[in-house]
Write a protein that binds this ligand. Structure first.
Ligand code: NZQ
Ligand code: ZN
Length: 385
């Protein structure tokens, strides 16, 4: 097991009717800016619940944070924060609203020339406004981690940052607030949770049997519950299970002491930046191709994954590995998630070359062995045609 430090200061409040607890979670004298997305919170009653809980407090609003939140929109919120002397942010929505709010929190206190440097140059976050969240979409784990991914439309970039100062102070997870989710978003959430888990598990063994079982618990639960989650989005228990899986998959616990990959996410972000695909759609395209490309390096864990998650036993070693990859792809197809670029009318040759060039510029080597170079990224994307 590798050395690690684990610290997670976010308080989770989970369950039915918990949005009402907001009034006790935010000090009375804070000047609050509530942030939200394109309006789903008006239709499912979440907005009303937040307003009722905070009716005695100073509360302003900033809506319109888009899926794959943009720097351009978020900087408008930064202006409001500064002008109005906002002291607390409350993100109400999915991962995009939460991520966007983390950026607003850090950018509002940034002392350099341009807060984009936090994303593009890794400029240190020295101060950030406190914030909490009300989560309405299980997927990203943003509710209990310190990371955020922000896009800049004008230059077609999607970059991430994280800081110990951008953990939410608290996150409220009421599974009933997810009942209004369209099937597409639930499917996205299942795939994102699945991939967060394997990015921290399906690498190579370093003697972490507990962490392996923790990851496998999430994967197995997703595979077993997916039909239930998708067939009735108003099934409270199924949504509660899914919501807690998503949080657990990326709150840092699975990553303790293990070797991590994240190549699929890094390549996927470029597909979103250039072609506007949803985050999870990019992951389902890249992952099966990446597994095939890296199946030798990942062989031991692929065998374990195939056996423990999909019950693949009794075949020759190579067949066992290929079956594990096939089972992953089949699972994505089973829940209605495409796994090829052609499903989105994207020309693989063009995409592979564009993204290869971007990796050359960034000079980043990715994967658990840091051995995925620009030409490898190209080969993986060509294989995902
Ligand atoms: O904008 P509104 O109107 O709220 O609608 C949203 C949006 O259209 C809708 N939605 C959310 N909750 C709903 C709902 N619709 C009906 N009922 C509800 N209860 O769903 C749509 C997608 O929302 P979004 O927040 O974009 O989805 P998600 O939570 O999947 O977040 C994706 C973003 O998170 C980043 C991704 O890159 C992407 O930008 N990620 C963040 C991570 C992190 N912070 O740790 C890790 C992830 O790997 C990921 O990269
Ligand atoms: Zn993700």
């Amino acid at each position: 097991m590798k050395n690690f430090t684990y610290w997670n200061p976010t308080r989770i409040i989970f369950g039915r009717g918990t949005i009402a607890q907001l009034r006790d979670l935010i000090p009375q004298d804070e000047k609050i800016l509530m942030t939200y997305g394109g309006g789903s919170i008006f239709k499912n009653g979440v907005y009303d619940q937040v307003k009722t809980a905070l009716q005695t407090m100073s509360l302003q609003e900033f809506g319109g944070i888009e899926a794959n939140p943009t720097y351009e929109t978020l900087m408008k919120a930064v202006e409001i924060v500064k002008k109005e002397g906002i002291t607390f942010l409350l993100a109400v929505g999915g991962g995009s609203v939460l991520d966007g709010t983390k950026f607003i929190a850090a950018a509002s206190r940034f002392e350099g020339d341009d807060p984009w440097d936090i994303l593009a140059k890794g400029a240190k976050v020295k101060s950030a406004i406190s914030f909490g969240s009300v989560l309405t979409l299980p997927a990203t784990g943003s509710e209990m981690n310190s990371g955020a991914v922000i896009s800049r439309k004008s230059i077609q970039e999607k970059r991430d940052f994280g800081s110990p100062l951008t953990f939410p102070l608290f996150s409220i997870l009421d599974p009933s607030s997810t009942f209004s989710l369209p099937t597409k978003q639930i499917r996205n959430g299942i795939v994102d949770t699945f991939i967060h888990t394997v990015e921290q598990y399906l690498t190579y063994p370093v003697a972490t049997p507990l962490q392996d079982r923790q990851a496998e618990a999430i994967l197995k639960t997703l595979v077993e519950e997916a039909d239930m989650i998708l067939s009735d989005p108003k099934d409270y228990d199924a949504m509660a299970t899914f919501m807690w899986c998503a949080t657990q998959a990326l709150n840092g616990v699975l990553g303790c002491g293990v070797v991590q990959d994240w190549a699929t996410h890094i390549i996927g972000h470029e597909l979103t930046a250039f072609y506007g695909l949803d985050h999870a759609e990019t992951l389902a395209i890249v992952y099966p191709a990446l597994l095939r490309y890296k199946k030798k390096a990942k062989a031991e864990k692929l065998l374990q994954f195939g056996q423990r998650i999909f019950g693949i036993n009794g075949l020759k070693r190579d067949d066992q590995i290929e079956s594990a990859i096939e089972a992953t792809e089949t699972f994505f197809h089973h829940i209605g998630m495409p796994t090829r670029l052609q499903n989105y009318q994207i020309d693989a040759k063009e995409a592979a070359e564009k993204i290869r060039e971007r990796f050359i510029l960034r000079d980043n080597k990715i994967g658990e062995h840091k051995d995925i170079f620009p030409d490898d990224v190209k080969a993986i994307l060509l294989a995902a045609a």
